[in-house]
Design a protein around this ligand. Sequence first.
Ligand code: A3D
Length: 321
Amino acid sequence: MARKKIALIGGGQIGGVLTQLIAQKQLGDVVLFDIVEDLPQGKTLDIAEASRVDGFDVNLKGANEYKDIAGSDLVIITAGLPRKPGMSRDDLLVTNAKIMKSVAEGVKEFAPNAIVIIISNPLDAMVTLFQKVSGFPTHKVMGQAGVLDSSRFSTFIAWELGISVKDINAMVLGGHGDTMVPLVRYANVNGVPVMEMLERKYKDAAKAKEVMDAMVQRTKMAGGEVVKLLKTGSAFYSPASSAIAMAASILLDEKRLLPTCAYLNGEFSVDGYYVGVPAVLGENGVERIIELSLDAEEQSALDNSVAAVKSLVEDMERLGF
Ligand code: A3D
């Protein structure tokens, strides 16, 4: 079987880690594209020179021209500015929309059959714009946010309970912003509800709720917490790992159920917008969306998050994108 070809558009912090992870996991050959001359060539050379030590056997190539991504099976996009301390993701809208428009045109011309995962912020708006400009089928264009937000939520739960994170299952839905919706009721430790574990630990329902509320709040603000510490940019190891989980599910047709920024046609009462929801990812991209039953409070939190996504998309359209 021929090796898959993966194009990474954006050779910055996340692009570099994506390249290394794809190589180490031997998911396919990589073309790392950036507008900065020599940067992607330098990163791919550096990573390739670890191939003997790491024991991987894939081709890694740096590129400054879109023609080099021709024939890619999968494209992962990180082109765009990251946040600096004090910025919201939405502050990146105008700059990154201009970049995303040019990226969509390049990908459309040279990799018209690819499945596309977008990471650039503001995420939900950038996914919407890419799909609009490229005209790609909606199920072949998606965004990475929920895998990371859910991993952050799971990590905090694991630390709180003193139980391996491998046994924590927790999902975050909605837009990738402060209105995201960590699903408390569905969070579990190998099937046992996390709230039940917290109530057992504290022997006090009010205290358990207080602890959970704090974890929910930390999850919503987790990106900003890292930005504040790094000072020069935003998280990059965990976003790269999260996109790789999605990429592997697509390339290996694993059909994992992953929270994905996916196009909704009426699911969760949302029509015609990209929002984070549980989706089955396989060789055809977003193959199914799994509608959960939400209680009134959860549905209203999701509606609120969807409203924030809609408002940002409308702002973007008013700006002519
Ligand atoms: P950074 O290290 O600055 O890399 C971005 C790269 O994009 C740079 O190397 C630029 O040269 C390149 N670039 C700029 N314009 C273009 C263009 N027109 N075509 C191709 N490449 C271009 O940033 P990063 O890797 O840390 O972050 C990349 C993006 O991901 C930012 O928008 C972040 O906000 C976003 N991000 C998203 C998440 C999510 O979970 C959704 C998490 C963390 C970061």
